[in-house]
Design a protein around this ligand. Structure first.
Ligand code: ATP
Ligand code: PYR
Length: 475
């Protein structure tokens, strides 16, 4: 399979149009580095079936590819019984009920929701596309006036930004999904509607009771998450700027600055940042993007995103493969030509190291590689932490992350610029370096007489032990 060298990674969301194995392979060939499967849109059995399908494909193709299972969390959703879709029109009055037994036009199954809603509160559906205003509550019925109409589908997300509904993470549905998936070595679970770092800790505790190597990505999509952003970044394994909900929970106008702030916060902790939603939205209908969307992809890269996440474009859009190809081409163009602009837009400031040895190694290997024009930085990594730290600096040269851990190999595929390479476990560090370099050579990333900067650690294979840098000439 042709290897694409886009350094900003591409993640796509699975959906009914792209579930067939041949289509998944085509998406990967087009440039996808990771696949998100939504726990909100798939029943458990189907979700597990898709996880297994993607695992089989990545094993057959022998490629690094991360699987992200998105947990629904405390997000409210529309429930329709009997119908799959209803149409609502401006100024029409409709009834929402909070329990299935109560007659209504649509349901939001959250116990006693009516007690939290007051006249005038906006109820926003499908990332704010449909807008209702609460008129009054009658028992368990909520009467609303349609302010902006359209079609409402079963499962559409609901935001009620004026309320602060209590809810514990992981929810019952989250726990069921995690339990159904634990045997399949999921690379990342995405935690929706995070409001505090405490929720990440609770989620970590629950997930770790089954599998300590699964990563946790915090979806930043509420105002409250922004108040606890540093701690959330510190305690998770990466973040997603979930612009669909975020725009509704804050405001559209705030998004550009929030996106930059969140990416910056994640980077400070050496964690990958993913930008999601409506990146190439018009390609749901057209085989080409709008100018503004091309600029959005470029700006997300320049903001420092590690990966870009396509949601509805691939899940339910008409041109999923073309969308991925378009995204890849824009990324490649920006990355290949960004150095023509004098002020280096991608490069980041050199971090204070304090007494963090692995941070010092990452920073120094970047500086040495830039100084000597190295072909690659090869990090021998167990958890992937050194590779992520090197990636932070956005070096011009390749970042090759050799690891004996299969999970790390797949997890690193969402990290900017990192090429994950699986290699056997070698406990003698003097042997590990030549084997890692030889593997990189065999795969065609480096050739004889190239200079590479290698990082490794003693004892080998143990997380957090990187303590060695070597400038090495490939034999
Ligand atoms: N697997 C799927 N099956 C059917 N529709 C889907 C699927 N995945 C996504 N969609 C559709 O695409 C839209 C956008 O996708 P996205 O994954 O952002 O959904 P979402 O419900 O907003 O997710 P989240 O709750 O995680 O924010 C959804 O509103 C839904 O209509
Ligand atoms: C991806 C997602 O959940 C959002 O943008 O809201």
């Amino acid at each position: 399979m042709k290897r694409h060298m886009n350094r900003t990674k591409i993640i796509c969301s699975l959906g009914p149009k792209i579930e067939e194995p041949e289509t998944i392979v085509k998406l990967i060939e087009a440039g996808v580095n990771a696949i998100r499967i939504s726990g909100a849109h798939y029943p458990l059995e189907k979700l597990v079936e898709l996880v297994l399908r993607v695992k089989e494909i990545k094993s057959d193709l022998n490629i690094p590819l991360a699987i992200l299972v998105d947990l629904p969390g405390t997000k409210l959703r529309v429930k329709l019984f009997e119908k799959e879709e209803i149409e609502v029109k401006e100024s029409q009055k409709i009834i929402i009920a909070t329990e299935e037994s109560v007659e209504a036009d649509l349901w939001i199954l959250y116990k006693n929701l009516h007690e939290y809603l007051k006249p005038g509160h906006p109820v926003l559906i499908d990332d704010g596309r449909i807008r209702l205003n609460v008129v009054r509550n009658v028992g368990k019925k909520i009467e609303c006036e349609v302010m902006i109409g359209g079609s409402i589908k079963n499962g559409h997300g609901v935001n009620i930004p004026e309320t602060d509904l209590p809810g514990e993470v992981p929810t019952k549905q989250d726990r069921e999904i995690i339990e159904a998936c634990v045997n399949y070595e999921i690379d990342y679970f995405c935690v929706s509607f995070v409001k505090s770092s405490r929720e990440i800790r609770n989620m970590r505790k629950f997930i770790n009771s089954f599998d300590e190597n699964t990563g946790i990505l915090a979806k930043i999509e509420t105002k409250k998450a922004l108040d606890d952003l540093d701690q959330i970044c510190k305690e998770s394994d990466g973040i997603i700027v979930a612009r669909g909900d975020l725009a509704v929970e804050t405001s559209m106008e705030e998004l550009p600055v929030i996106q930059k702030k969140v990416i910056e916060a994640a980077a400070a902790f050496g964690k990958p940042a993913i930008v999601a939603t409506e990146i190439l939205k018009s390609m749901m209908e057209n085989p080409y993007p709008s100018r503004a969307e091309v600029m959005d992809v470029a700006n997300a890269i320049l903001d420092g995103a590690d990966a870009l996440l396509l949601t509805a474009e691939t899940a339910v859009g008409k041109y999923p493969i073309e969308t991925v190809e378009t995204m890849r081409r824009i990324i490649e163009n920006v990355e290949n030509h960004v150095s023509q602009i004098k002020s280096s837009l991608l490069q980041r400031h050199l971090q204070e190291v304090h007494d963090d040895l692995s941070q010092a190694i990452a920073k120094s290997s970047f500086e040495i590689a830039q100084e000597i024009g190295a072909k690659a930085i090869i990090t021998s990594t167990a958890s992937g932490s050194t590779a992520r730290r090197v990636s932070y600096y956005r070096p011009n040269c390749l970042i090759l992350a050799t690891t004996p851990r299969e999970r790390t190999y797949h997890q690193l595929s969402i990290v900017w610029g990192v090429v994950p390479i699986l290699m056997p476990e070698i406990l003698d560090v003097d042997l590990m370096i030549p084997v890692a370099v030889e593997k990189a050579k065999q795969l065609g990333y480096v050739e004889s007489s190239d200079v590479v900067v290698v990082t490794a650690g003693m004892p080998a294979g143990v997380t957090g032990t990187t303590n060695l840098i070597k400038a090495h000439v490939v034999e």
